[in-house]
Design a protein around this ligand. Structure first.
Ligand SMILES: Cc1ncc(C[n+]2csc(CCOP(=O)(O)OP(=O)(O)O)c2C)c(N)n1
Ligand code: SF4
Length: 472
């Protein structure tokens, strides 16, 4: 008896699409539905549902995360291979599926895919080539055929004006590192069944840590081709397949690229340097959840970025999780500069700090920009050397200090960042000053500079003992 059932890797109902929905948003006859099914079946067969991180692109499959009951990330247009690289580097056990259309992968994301392939990232890419920009209404894509009529080529793609369609498998095949490259077609049910094996193989390669696998799927888009689903399948066979030959380009047994290198993170000097055991024995993370979202804001040259890095380096020593995200204004000199730092006992999903529970305002524009963003109960530290006004909010804690003046007393105005950071540590108790004192010489290689920064810590400690938080 043949029993047809939905792959377990799909949700039972697609609640993100609407309550109780069981059908996808794809048009009748669209190849995306077939591609999804083959991938979901392979995930089931290989038993990797809990490990999969599915990268949805921009394009008609932008909502793939509605359907796949796996880890999901919706990526910026064309950037799935870069996102996948990030996932690969951080989650050793993840199975990364980059699912992309031809506009996404071969148009806006061309650089991202070529470099990921060239590095030989151990990820699997499914490239759905329907020779058109589907989602936006049928414009010419890099894979549009010569003479093919689209919204932007109403008289057909012109060789002289638009160049040739790009064969992505051929391009991938010019690189050393990919281990597996195959083009399949959805022109008939029998060919779809053939593709099933290829999809599984491309995922198996990743499980085996072989390296970069690339599967191109020639796929119908009846709506934008203005054809019936049956005619669209025929057009895949009669028009696409002669230009994009369906074949295996490469199937290597040896391990290549990123997978062939040392184990995860080994050999990366920066990451190695940041490992706590290199410097000081890490302490067990606090049992209570620490959740600090810090915005250090000022103008370029005030050391807000290095204050952010120092903060992150200090909390790493404490065995906590942290992210540091710099943000610069467009000006070459003297523009705004903001460092966003997150500190948590929990894994951190995003480095973006929209609502800082700690704002360190080093100059007036920073206070203007962020005062309203601090949640009630948060802390605002104000550098009174450069900010004359008071904080307007009544529902936050405030601490006023003349950071720039104190830094001048130390003899180096650039240590104002160290002074505010020291006092932030004293208030928050996230890091003790002894840890800070140990981290400073590790971060500042110039001995004299490190010494002045250490003096700034002493200066801040004395200042805080004379001006505790309550008195401000
Ligand atoms: C940065 C950016 N540029 C352009 C767009 C508009 N856009 C959305 S989908 C799309 C084309 C997607 O085509 P393709 O990758 O071939 O996928 P399909 O829809 O055919 O599956 C474009 C250009 C966008 N969303 N973001
Ligand atoms: S427009 Fe084309 S690619 Fe998009 S869902 Fe419809 S048939 Fe599929």
């Amino acid at each position: 008896m043949v029993q047809y059932s939905k792959p377990r890797s799909f949700y039972d109902t697609f609640e993100r699409k609407g309550e109780g929905q069981i059908s996808t948003h794809y048009c009748p006859g669209c190849g995306h539905g077939n591609a999804h099914k083959l991938i979901a079946e392979a995930i089931d067969t290989l038993g990797i549902q809990d490990r999969v991180v599915f990268l949805s692109p921009v394009g008609c499959s932008v909502f793939a995360y509605y359907y796949f009951d796996t880890g999901n990330i919706q990526c910026a247009h064309g950037r799935a291979p870069s996102v996948g690289t990030g996932v690969r580097k951080t989650l050793d056990d993840a199975i990364v599926i980059s699912y992309q259309g031809d506009g996404d992968l071969a148009g806006i994301g061309m650089a991202s895919i070529v470099h990921a392939a060239n590095r030989g990232e151990n990820i699997t890419v499914f490239f759905v080539n329907n020779a058109i920009y589907g989602m936006t209404g049928g414009q010419m894509a890099p894979t549009t055929l010569i003479d093919q009529k689209t919204q932007t080529t109403p008289l057909g793609r012109n060789l002289q004006r638009d160049g040739n369609p790009i064969g992505m498998c051929e391009l991938m095949d010019s690189l050393e590192t990919p281990v597996y490259i195959e083009r399949v077609t959805f022109s008939s049910p029998a060919k779809i069944m053939k593709a099933r094996k290829v999809v599984r193989k491309a995922l198996q390669n990743q499980i085996d840590k072989k390296g970069f696998s690339f599967v191109e799927i020639l796929s119908p888009c009846p709506v934008n081709w203005k054809m019936s689903p049956t005619d669209a399948r025929r057009w895949v066979s009669e028009s696409l397949e002669p230009i994009f030959p369906v074949k295996n380009f490469r199937d290597l047994d040896d391990v290549r690229g990123e997978s062939a290198k040392l184990p995860l993170m080994e050999g990366n000097r920066l990451l190695d340097y940041l490992k706590p055991e290199k410097h000081i024995s890490p302490e067990a993370p606090n049992e209570t959840v620490v959740d600090q979202q810090v915005k250090i804001a000022g103008f370029g040259g005030q050391g807000v970025m290095s204050a952010g890095v120092l903060l992150s380096n200090c909390v790493i020593q404490k065995g906590l999780n942290t992210t540091w995200l710099p943000s610069y204004g467009p000006e070459m000199r003297g523009g705004t500069a903001y460092a966003s730092v997150k500190v948590s006992t929990q894994p951190i999903g995003s480095p973006v700090v929209d609502f800082p529970n700690v704002l360190i305002a080093m100059n007036g524009p920073s206070l203007e920009a962020f005062e309203e963003k601090v949640p009630a109960g948060g802390l605002i530290m104000v550098n009174t050397s450069l900010i004359s006004r008071k904080v307007q909010r009544k529902d936050v804690r405030t601490y006023y200090l003349p950071a720039t003046e104190l830094a001048k007393d130390v003899g180096l105005i650039a240590t104002a960042n160290i002074i505010v950071l020291s006092i932030y540590f004293l208030i928050s108790e996230v890091v003790d000053l002894d840890t800070f004192r140990k981290v400073i010489p590790l971060s500042l290689k110039k001995k004299q500079l490190a010494e002045m920064n250490l003096q700034a810590v002493d200066k801040a400690e004395v200042y805080f003992s004379e001006h505790p938080l309550e008195q401000s």
